[in-house]
Every structure is written in C-alpha cells, then in structure tokens.
Design a protein around this ligand. Structure first.
Ligand SMILES: Nc1ncnc2c1ncn2[C@@H]1O[C@H](COP(=O)(O)OP(=O)(O)OP(=O)(O)O)[C@@H](O)[C@H]1O
Ligand SMILES: [Mg+2]
Length: 378
C-alpha cells in the first residue's frame, strides 16, 4: 500500500487547510476498480462538480466520502479530522461525518408533511421542540417552501420534493453537502431554474459541496471548480472557464462540448506558430503552439471562437477558410451553424450576432484566430 505520510502536513503557504482532503483513494467492487488512486482537495465553501460519463466513478467517490462504501486504500479527511484511513484502520460511521446528502431519487416520506420531513433529522437528535420549529421554519424559508410546511409531501411537484430533500439535508447544518445528480429527474426548464436556486442557497449557507453530474452545461453553470473524471481518475481539475478554454486532452474537450476536434499532423513549426495539416484533406490550420514537425495532434477550436462572414467581407490575418453552410439554427439568444470547409472538415460555429443570418447553401468565410486554436496530444 502507498504510504500516506507525505500528505499529512498542510501545504506550506496556504492559509486554509482543505475542507475535504482525499488522498490515494481506491475503491473496488470485486474486481471492478471504481475509484483509482484519487487525490482531490475541496476548499471551504466551494462547490466542486464531479463531471464524467456514466460509470466513471462519481457516485462511488461520493459514497466513499460519506462512508457508505469502504475503500480498499486511501485517506479521507474533513476539516482536518480523519474520517477514513485504510492504513490506520480508521472509519468514522456515516452519521458521525457531518455530511448531508441529496440524491437523484427524492427519498422523502410521502405520508409526512413537508415540515415533518424537514424536521425529521432534528427529532432524531431529540432537540428541544422550539429549536426544531425554528430551524425547520428557517430552512423551509431558505428553500422557498415557507408556505408549504403543512402540505403532504406526496402532493408536491418534483422540483418541490427535491427542495424538501435539500432542506432536510441542510437542517442538520452539515459541514459538507453531497449532491448526486439531484436535478436529473426534473424537466429541462425546472432543472435550469433549480440550478440557480441551488447555487444561491449553497452560497448563502456557505456549505462546502460536491455535486455530481454528467451534464456539462450543468457543471459549467454551477461549479466553482470542475473535476472531469474518467475511469475512476480525475483527468483535469479547474475553474469552469479555464477548463473550457484550455482543455488538456481530447477527452476533456469533447466532454465539455468543444465540438471542433480534428486530428492532424504538425507540418511546420515557426516562431511559436505551428501549421497543422488535418487528416484526410488539404486544409491547414495555424495555431499558436510549439510542437515539433511531424507530431500527431488534435486541433481543438471552441464553436464560439469561430467567426463567419460574407466571402466579400475584409478580414486580416489568421486562419481563413471558404465554406458552405450545411445547417443553420436560430436558438433565440444565439445562432448555431455547421459549416463544411471540405469533405473531411466541418466547423461548429456559435454566433451571438444577428446582423446577418446565413442560410443552408450560402458560401461563407470562416475565420479562427491562431491564438484560439489549441493542439491536444491525447
Ligand atoms: N454496486 C455495484 N456493484 C458492482 N459494481 C458497481 C456497483 N456500483 C457501481 N459499480 C461499478 O463501478 C464503476 C463506477 O460506478 P459509479 O456508480 O461510481 O459511476 P458513476 O460515475 O456514478 O456513473 P453514473 O453517471 O451512471 O451514475 C462502474 O464500472 C460500475 O459498473
Ligand atoms: Mg452515479
């Protein structure tokens, strides 16, 4: 087993010790490795989103943090206290870890009222009646259910039920809140709205939260930081914008919805600019990068970094390609295009300009600043 001693001391120069520290965490179901030697730090009050495809180990990570699964290796500390340490044989029971949880299924009691559902954990603690009432009412107000306390929980909408579940997990004032796809059973519109409400409540309370989703737009909208996972490991960790702008691998780019990914080979390297010849065609793309000639790369361009113009419009420098509009969809706030540049290359383009909307079959010019072109190795 790997020694964890090297990780015991707080990182020098950081004023705050991480609220949740995960070191060398491995969790298996029989021979299946669900979490693979994971290291992760969560800062106090932040919302960290675990994003990744089905089966990549998101739920397993959460279940390990809360103590519903026993990892085969590793250390989990919350607020400096060891909750799990395989080497030392420490495993604090789930109800003593100070963690609140909300899952995809509503898991509320339909035969109880909203108030009774939320008050339940406090009753279990045998707190004084007035304190239970005060804290429950305060929490109902926070989640926007102040006037619904006496209603039967079975009469609520999906969104309201999920807010009851949230209130019930927060009423205990946990240090840490774990949310595993809490909105995925709701329709798109409600999901969008509750996403904002959830973020608002989380910030108001300042509870350190881990949020699991496989929906990239949800991750980008909610997260202070996103950890993109694959096969039990974190592939890349960062703030939403930096992750979106600077994915390090094809997998991360693809998962974040960067749709322009073209394999190619570096044809030349000159003064910090690479020219890449795309596979299966004659198209060459310039990128601000410094790879050796001959390197196999994926050219990665964000749909919002591409501009399209009339072929007649004057534009200087950069990558310019002639293309034909293959598809054009007006989406209210923006227009999305697919532009065929040649047989092997089509660009996805998002534009917020309504100055001119191009139609299928129009000939256009597609431009990309070489500084917006990233070359990825994997
Ligand atoms: N109870 C179980 N028994 C055996 N294998 C399991 C069990 N639960 C999960 N696994 C396996 O562990 C791996 C990680 O699963 P996990 O549920 O953590 O993924 P996930 O990222 O939460 O996926 P999803 O997005 O589908 O919820 C997968 O290969 C899965 O098949
Ligand atoms: Mg899951």
């Amino acid at each position: 087993m790997t020694s964890t001693a090297a990780h015991e001391a707080p990182v020098a120069g950081e004023d705050a010790v991480a609220e949740i520290e995960i070191r060398n965490l491995t969790m298996k179901y029989g021979d299946t490795v669900a979490v693979n030697d994971l290291d992760l730090d969560m800062n106090s009050g932040e919302m960290l989103v675990l994003l990744g495809p089905s089966g990549c180990g998101k739920t397993s990570t959460m279940r390990s943090i809360v103590g519903l699964e026993t990892p085969s290796q590793g250390v989990i500390r919350i607020a400096g206290k060891t909750m799990f340490d395989s080497a030392k044989g420490v495993s604090v029971p789930p109800d003593k870890r100070g963690i609140g949880m909300v899952f995809q299924s509503y898991a509320i009691w339909p035969h109880k009222t909203v108030f009774q559902n939320v008050a339940f954990p406090l009753r279990m603690q045998r707190l004084p009646r007035t304190e239970i009432r005060e804290r429950t009412e305060e929490m109902l107000e926070t989640v926007g259910l102040k006037d619904e306390g006496s209603r039967g929980a079975s009469l609520l909408s999906g969104g309201q039920m999920q807010r009851v579940a949230l209130a019930r997990s927060l009423v205990m004032r946990p240090r840490v809140l774990l949310l595993d796809e809490p909105l995925s059973n709701l329709d798109a519109k409600l999901r969008d709205r509750l996403r904002f409400e959830l973020k608002d409540i989380q910030q108001q309370i300042g509870v350190t939260s881990v949020y699991v989703t496989h929906d990239q737009s949800e991750a980008l909208a909610l997260a202070d930081r996103v950890a993109v996972m694959r096969e039990g490991e974190v592939m890349q960790l960062g703030e939403p914008m930096s992750l979106y702008d600077r994915p390090q691998t094809r997998f991360v780019a693809d998962f974040l919805g960067v749709t322009n990914l073209f394999p190619g080979q570096v044809a030349s390297s000159d003064g910090g600019v690479n020219t890449v010849r795309l596979d299966g065609c004659d198209t060459e793309v310039a990128a601000v990068a410094d790879r050796p000639a001959g390197a196999e790369v994926s050219v990665c361009v964000r749909p919002d970094a591409v501009t399209i113009d009339d072929p007649a419009a004057p534009r200087s420098g950069g990558n310019r390609f002639s293309g034909v509009v293959h598809a054009s969809s007006f989406l209210g706030t923006h227009v999305r295009y697919r532009i065929d540049v040649d047989d092997a290359v089509s660009f996805d383009v998002v534009t917020f300009s309504r100055r001119k909307i191009f139609a299928r079959g129009d000939t256009v010019t597609v431009s990309v600043d070489p500084a917006d072109v990233r070359l990825l190795s994997e």
